[in-house]
Design a protein. Structure first.
Length: 245
């Protein structure tokens, strides 16, 4: 990589997390100035922010804007939702991703991640609070461990009479479309066509609900998966596995 003073140095990828679009790169060079992390939770709509990046190969480009909205959700390339995304109107273009989003005081409060093609003034950044959460795992293991049970599904509405009969409070569940042949869910007795409605008594109304619960802490633990199969409500014991990259 090329530094602002023209020096070229090797950059080594230490780890990356596609689910949050965050990566850690190590650069071996002297006389580097470190930016300080701010508090993304303290941001307010209308606050001035500055985006730094290399759009279209133009290095060290700086654009300014304001925080348009907070608490957005953005779908990552892996399919999981990135929570609490910062929306700004700072101009971003291909090549800006990975650059810092900073306050007027120079504190990093996000990492630029995406734009909406064809949209004007719609730019997004992963909050620094999320970066700090995944950073230790990336430095330690090069990845973030997350649990999985080996199902592919889609959100489906539940009939009102079904929710009433089984005393469910949510209006949707997750229809199991396919199962990994040797995955935890199949081993637990889950069938294609089942509808997942709970995990350890916690309501599951969408795939995103399921993803949020399958954290690193759940790996290796046995949880109770609540499903609907035809007219039956079943509770199956499933052991959460470590999802490999």
């Amino acid at each position: 990589m090329t530094l602002p003073d023209g020096r070229e140095r090797r950059a080594d990828l230490l780890g990356h997390d596609p689910d949050t679009d965050v990566a850690v790169v190590r650069v071996s060079a002297s006389d580097l100035t470190a930016l300080t992390f701010g508090e993304s939770q303290a941001l307010r709509p209308g606050q001035l922010v500055i985006a730094i990046g290399n759009p279209y190969g133009f290095q060290h480009t700086v654009t300014t804007g304001v925080v348009s909205a907070l608490g957005r959700s953005l779908r990552s390339r892996s399919g999981r939702l990135i929570e609490h995304v910062i929306q700004t109107d700072a101009a971003l273009n291909p090549g800006s991703s990975g650059g810092p989003l900073v306050t007027s005081a120079g504190q990093v409060i996000g990492v630029n991640t995406a734009i909406i093609a064809g949209g004007q003034g719609l730019s997004f950044a992963v909050p620094i609070s999320t970066v700090v959460t995944v950073l230790p795992a990336l430095l330690r293991d090069g990845r973030v461990r997350r649990g999985y049970i080996g199902v592919a599904g889609q959100d489906v509405p539940l009939l009102r009479r079904v929710t009433h009969f089984h005393r469910l409070t949510q209006a949707t569940g997750v229809l199991v479309i396919s199962l990994e042949s040797d995955g935890p869910a199949r081993s637990a007795g889950v069938h294609e066509g089942d509808i997942i409605v709970s995990l350890d008594s916690l309501h599951i109304g969408s795939l995103d609900d399921l993803y949020r619960l399958l954290t690193e802490e759940r790996i290796g633990t046995t949880m109770t998966l609540g499903i609907l199969r035809e007219a039956q409500r079943l509770d199956l014991a499933v052991t959460v596995a470590d999802r490999t990259r």
